[in-house]
Design a protein around this ligand. Structure first.
Ligand code: NAP
Length: 545
């Protein structure tokens, strides 16, 4: 009988073979050379230098048009190109002003592969809307994007910036800065949350932005939140538009397509939603423990076999009717049904200092920003599974973390609580954070113990917040969908909302908020939609189409 280890190895080998085939496919017939220059200095970030060499070597195996020259920081070429950090990677420096400070590994490996493809094929796939914004920029822009190899949101923002720098090399330069290799630079910019993008030393984007919003922010030199698409946007006809690419939306995509519907999934941020940033997911059936991002990658690959996925695309408006019109920042979909699987967003503490210092020591994503706090003192606010899982993650990567919880006991699963105490992570109970203080970055927190009714100050470098999630219901509200007093979408047993043709699934509906329940709701909703489209409940006689 095969052992579990054998299955594991076989699966890994299959995954590797699949990745190799994809890379071969991606770079087949790449017409243009992509000369790279790598600058390193022995004793300075050796691990990152080795990692950079390794990924270049690997990708070069599939894209032989990559050329690599390596120089020391003391070489005259370093002076010529004004390079002072090890490692620094320049991409085709005679044509473009694009440099990578650090090593493009982990999540950033994908960005590196995409960069090579964009340069080698001289194609960025920039949307027409973004292109219009970019051609109108008439002054120099120096972009800096801070990223981390463990941040699933980072590639989207880095690729946005790369597209800009490749399309307008005349006026746009770009530095992608890996915070793990360059913690001092992240400190200088108070970029303690990734991705963060600056242009001409001004913050233009916190988090991953849809491409058009990034370009608009770059043009205006301030973060933009609204992009109104032109009406002549490309139009796609489909049966079902699923808004949201978390477990509910992805599962709905699979089940809808399996039922015979044409389905698209539109996701404005990172695919996988909250799961993508969960360090470890426990007990998703079949998997005792699995990395959140790994689980997302498996789900996305599976969903892609059935549904079209549009990541980095934000739904701006939904017009009910027959057909229903779904306008995104890039195009219009016409559909017979829409599924809102918009999930939930992390809750804020709502205390003074929180919004001002957000990204400057306050973080809602330990997998993204944790590495910056190695050896530093941080608190994790919250008492649920997320707070404990993330506190353990921070402890494991070398942060000095203390949990601060407002009750006298944690509400997380017993197993997690035991791991926390086994790891000797201290917990301060009965205590709330009243204020987060600091000039340019977090320096201390004002705590209030409601048992002793005493306030105290605690010096910290960082505050991580994991106090649950609030449902994302803006689109639902705009549609006139009924919302429960708790703030969730009100729907019937078949996931129908009060607006004909519009359904919901997942965390936006409330309930147990487990990955497996969200996936289950996605499947249920997709099957209900299929049945309704065959026999529409909103037509009185229920006549067949
Ligand atoms: P949660 O279970 O809702 O817990 C939120 C925690 O934050 C609670 O302890 C709550 O305190 C506290 N809190 C809420 N508002 C606060 C405020 N304003 N100030 C201070 N503390 C505040 O949220 P979660 O931990 O994010 O978990 C969400 C769901 O995901 C849960 O169903 C959980 O089981 C699931 N999850 C599962 C895993 C896994 O591996 N299986 C991992 C992570 C999450 P009170 O206790 O006083 O209400």
């Amino acid at each position: 009988m095969a052992q579990i280890g054998e299955h594991g190895n076989r699966a890994e080998n299959e995954e590797e073979a699949q990745a190799e085939a994809q890379l071969k496919d991606m770079f087949r017939g790449m017409p243009h050379d992509v000369p790279l220059m790598l600058f390193t200095s022995p004793g300075k970030n050796d691990v990152f230098c080795d990692a950079a060499r390794q990924i270049i070597r690997t990708v070069r195996g599939f894209a032989p048009k990559i050329g690599l020259r390596e120089f020391g920081l003391d070489h005259k070429m370093a002076k010529q190109w004004d390079v002072t950090r090890s490692p620094t990677l320049l991409f085709d420096p005679d044509k473009y002003r694009i440099r990578w400070l650090g090593a493009p590994v982990g999540e950033e490996g994908k960005t590196f592969v995409e960069t090579i493809a964009m340069l080698g094929f001289r194609q960025t796939q920039l949307s027409p809307e973004s292109s219009k914004v970019l051609v109108d920029i008439d002054a120099q822009r120096h972009i800096k994007v801070f990223v981390s190899p463990t941040c699933p949101y980072c590639p989207q923002q880095a690729v946005n910036a790369l597209k800009a720098a490749i399309e307008r090399p005349d006026i746009i330069s770009l530095e992608i800065i890996d915070i793990q290799a360059n913690p001092d630079l992240a400190d200088d910019y108070s970029a303690q949350s990734v991705p963060q993008a600056f242009a001409n030393e001004t913050l233009i984007g916190m988090g991953a932005q849809p491409e058009e919003l990034f370009m608009l922010s770059l043009a205006k030199l301030e973060p933009q939140t609204v992009f109104i698409p032109d009406n002549d946007a490309e139009e796609i006809e489909t049966d079902l538009v699923i808004v949201g690419g978390g477990p509910a939306g992805l599962t709905a995509g699979i089940y809808a397509a399996r039922s015979g519907l044409k389905a698209v999934v539109v996701e404005r941020g990172a695919l996988g939603g909250q799961v993508a940033t969960t360090p470890v997911v426990e007990n998703y059936p079949g998997l005792t423990q699995v990395g959140g991002k790994t689980l997302v990658d498996i789900m996305v690959s599976h969903a892609l076999e059935y549904a079209k996925i549009f990541p980095g695309e934000a739904v701006m408006e939904i017009k009910p009717g027959d057909p229903i019109i779904v306008a995104t920042n890039r195009r219009r979909f016409t559909a017979r049904a829409v599924l809102l699987a918009t999930g939930a967003e992390h809750r804020h503490l709502g205390v003074p200092g929180e919004s001002r210092l957000s990204g400057s020591g306050i973080s809602y994503c330990s997998t993204c920003d944790g590495p910056l706090f190695k050896g530093k003192k941080v608190i994790m606010v919250g008492g649920g599974d997320s707070a404990v899982t993330e506190a353990l993650h921070l402890h494991n990567i070398g942060a000095d973390v203390t949990v601060v919880h407002r009750r006298n006991r944690l509400r997380a699963q017993d197993r997690l609580i035991k791991s926390l105490s086994d790891s000797q992570v201290p917990t301060i109970f009965n205590t709330e954070v009243r204020e987060i203080r600091g000039r340019d970055r977090v320096e201390e927190v004002l705590l209030y113990n409601h048992r002793s009714q005493e306030e105290s100050l605690l010096s910290v470098d960082g505050v991580f917040v994991a106090i649950g999630y609030a449902p994302t219901v803006e689109l639902a509200r705009a549609l006139g969908i009924e919302i429960t007093p708790e703030g969730y979408i009100n729907r019937d047993a078949r996931h129908r909302t009060n607006v004909p043709g519009i359904y919901s699934a997942g965390d936006v509906e409330g309930g147990y908020k487990q990955i497996v329940t969200a996936a289950g709701q996605g499947a249920e909703a997709a099957l209900a939609i299929f049945e309704d489209l065959v026999n529409p409940y909103w037509r009185k006689n229920g006549a067949l189409d």
